[in-house]
Design a protein around this ligand. Structure first.
Ligand code: GLY
Ligand code: MN
Ligand code: MN
Length: 503
């Protein structure tokens, strides 16, 4: 046991043992004084203000008379007392237009009024320099993490009425009683806000109908997801920027391939090249970069990225830049490390490319989302049949009770793309897999073939190779646009592009 003093000091206070904070009144007065006025840049109206108002209006019409609570989420601890860089919940970003690291603990509330809802954005505004927070709070203080906006600033930026976070609890409680205003909160966004909402909507006479509340919240999550299925013009523009930045990042990877091939952890060279680019050109990567050489490419989410990048093998790179508004690209290219595909690599690559092309053919208004996958699978199954790998015909394999071809492509062909790399994930099946495609939808087309090094069902020459080609697709009025078309896909184009970059 320690001495009496350390036993009495709460564990949560022990972090202060590494330094001593000045506490005298004289110091407090001194640090609060002598700062120039108006040092902060003037706030600028955000580019998405008109669009977010339309999105909130659509949500409002789905839940008349109800109070809707959409938290940004809290800071998340990485270890001990250090946090991850903050990223707001995507539903919050979608409805406020806020991106990058804005704003930890903020909560958007749609308060019901006679003709819809009034939106109010509750957040922790900048604390004065005469507060302890200013210099002593390492999580929120201006001296530690920088100045936050004022209430007036964020109102200009978002076009939404703002209020201090400490008014949230009373605002949520208003008229919430028996038969009063129903509350819904986005599940999983902020446990403290969810607990507050749960306390308010449970009561001695109302009881705690946890299941009904969970259902109500799930319906809100579902609606928020479905609201994002068709992108507006601002979102499409953001996705274009994300894809363009991603295309530039792939070119940097190729330029760095010789260094990767010479490094004992060449996959990390690729990852670091792309991730550095993403931080320079956007907010970050939209998901952990997959840099998978040789057999590692058969692990679908290989993000350890600590392997060698051997000449003669393929390296699969799945990476996306997330721009400051938090829209992300999701692109995969499978590259021959030394710039030329071998015959067997080209054969597998071409099968995957043909599957992707078949999927592009059907991805147009009027088709169903599931048809895109089906078109890709037709090609994959028939190639596997040609190569003698299926235990049956391609036709039998494609039947629901067959599906043997999926041994070599266990993932789906497409997913919606937007603020989340797997966007709209809470949408109902009839709105997603079974939905009819509409202009403005953006999703990936990403067939692949993965032959593990120990897969005895395929000849030796195929083993230890994974190929995926992933593009980002916008459904247009009369077909589709491949947003990532600037990145070569055909094997001969990939080789020519690499040759040009490698000199
Ligand atoms: N990068 C994850 C995916 O392609 O779905
Ligand atoms: Mn994807
Ligand atoms: Mn991907």
């Amino acid at each position: 046991m320690g001495d009496e003093t350390s036993e009495q000091q709460a564990l949560t206070e022990r972090g202060s043992n590494r330094s001593q904070r000045p506490t005298s009144n004289a110091f407090r007065e001194f640090i609060a004084d002598g700062w120039a006025e108006g040092g902060m840049p003037a706030p600028v109206r955000g580019p998405a203000v008109a669009h977010t108002a339309v999105r909130r209006g659509r949500l409002s019409r789905l839940f008349p008379g109800e109070r809707l609570v959409v938290p940004a989420g809290p800071l998340v601890t990485r270890s001990n007392d250090t946090d991850y860089r903050f990223r707001p919940h995507s539903a919050f970003a979608h409805l406020t237009g806020l991106g990058t690291d804005q704003e930890p603990d903020a909560v958007l509330v749609l308060h019901p009024v006679a003709d819809g809802h009034d939106a109010v954005l509750y957040f922790r505004p900048l604390a004065g320099r005469d507060t302890e927070e200013f210099f002593a709070d390492s999580r929120y203080g201006e001296f530690w993490v920088g100045a936050r906006p004022s209430l007036a600033d964020l109102q200009v930026v978002t076009g939404i009425t703002t209020a201090p976070l400490d008014e949230l609890a009373d605002a949520l409680a208003k008229d919430v009683g028996d038969g009063g205003v129903p509350l819904r909160v986005v599940p999983g966004a902020d446990p403290a806000v969810a607990a507050l909402v749960d306390r308010l909507r449970s009561g001695p006479t109302r009881g705690t109908d946890a299941e009904a509340h969970a259902r109500a919240d799930a319906e809100l999550a579902e609606a928020l997801s479905e609201l994002r299925l068709v992108k507006d013009s601002f979102e499409v523009e953001q996705l274009r920027q994300a894809v363009d930045a991603t295309v530039a990042g792939f070119a940097k990877i190729v330029t760095n391939l010789p260094r990767a091939a010479a490094h004992p952890r060449g996959e990390r060279v690729i990852e670091a090249t792309f991730d550095g680019h993403a931080r320079e050109e956007g907010n970050a990567v939209g998901y952990e970069t997959i840099a998978a050489a040789g057999d590692h490419a058969t692990t679908l989410h290989w993000i350890r990225n600590d392997g060698r990048v051997e000449p003669g093998t393929l390296v699969l790179v799945d990476a996306g830049v997330e721009v400051d508004t938090l829209y992300t690209a999701d692109v995969t290219r499978t590259l021959p490390v030394d710039g030329r595909f071998t015959d067997v690599q080209r054969r597998v690559y071409t099968a995957v490319l043909d599957a992707a092309d078949a999927a592009f053919e059907v991805a147009r208004p009027g088709a169903r989302f599931r048809d895109v996958h089906a078109a890709a699978m037709d090609v994959i199954a028939s190639r596997l049949e040609e190569w003698g790998l299926l235990p049956c015909s391609a036709e039998e394999s494609l039947a629901p009770e067959g599906q043997f071809h999926r041994r070599w492509m266990v993932h789906g062909t497409s997913h919606h793309l937007g603020l989340d790399v797997h966007d709209c994930a809470q949408a109902r099946r009839e709105m997603y897999l079974d939905a009819v495609l509409e202009p403005g939808m953006v999703f990936t087309i990403e067939p692949g073939l993965y032959f593990k090094a120990d897969d005895l069902a395929v000849p030796q020459e195929y083993r230890g190779m994974g190929v995926r080609i992933e593009d980002d697709v916008l459904v247009t009025a009369d077909g589709n646009e491949n947003l990532s078309a600037a990145l070569p896909r055909r094997p001969e184009d990939v080789e020519a592009w690499m040759a040009g970059l490698l000199g």
